[in-house]
Design a binder for this molecule. Sequence first.
Ligand SMILES: Cc1cc2nc3c(=O)[nH]c(=O)nc-3n(C[C@H](O)[C@H](O)[C@H](O)COP(=O)(O)O)c2cc1C
Length: 204
Amino acid sequence: MNMEYDSSGLTGLDRFTRANLINSLSGYKPVSLIATCDSRGNTNLAIFSNIVHLGADPALVGFINRPREAAPHTLANIEATGLYTINHIHGDLVQQAHQTSAKYPEGVSEFEACGFTPEYTTGVSVPYVRESRVRYRLRLVEVIPILHNNTFLVIGTIEHLEFPAAIVDADGFLHLDQAGSQVSLGIDGYAAVGPVSRFPYARP
Ligand SMILES: Cc1cc2nc3c(=O)[nH]c(=O)nc-3n(C[C@H](O)[C@H](O)[C@H](O)COP(=O)(O)O)c2cc1C
């Protein structure tokens, strides 16, 4: 037996059921922690899963930020400093990473509240997450408002990236399963990934 919904059926669902259902539908997502700081250097950390590759030359990555009133700190900090880091989450970090989604007040850093360690690069104001093994730093290039639901596509260009040497193939392919990078499903589900299959470049 299948279940089905039309748009009025979806509208009739309670908020959390609808959010879980629609968030699950687009599939497993690349969940990461985004680290930022304000202009005085106060840090902020939050979990994001709507992260998307936009192009490799220039190297561009986008993420969706919810409406400002729902998720204010990451976006405001990125607009203030122009810098942020995206840090993969590994199996043993999932529970504390999930906790960064709580609405902590502006003065509280989720690094401290959730047990992560900021790691600074000389001359760079924004930290990496020390516990993360695959991580990259971006400079803001564009914030595109999505008027239909007051969300934002935040686009950055990659300034620096790092990962364990053992997980990369000679052609640049990253075996993220070997780094233990997690994926997310719905609004609160997490999963590990198994080994991948690779295929030659497809030609007609
Ligand atoms: C698994 C998971 C994925 C999430 N993905 C996003 C996302 O892609 N975009 C977003 O704006 N919020 C997302 N959130 C919610 C934010 O983590 C949450 O709103 C956080 O408090 C934002 O913090 P900030 O105000 O410090 O930026 C996600 C939460 C969870 C648990």
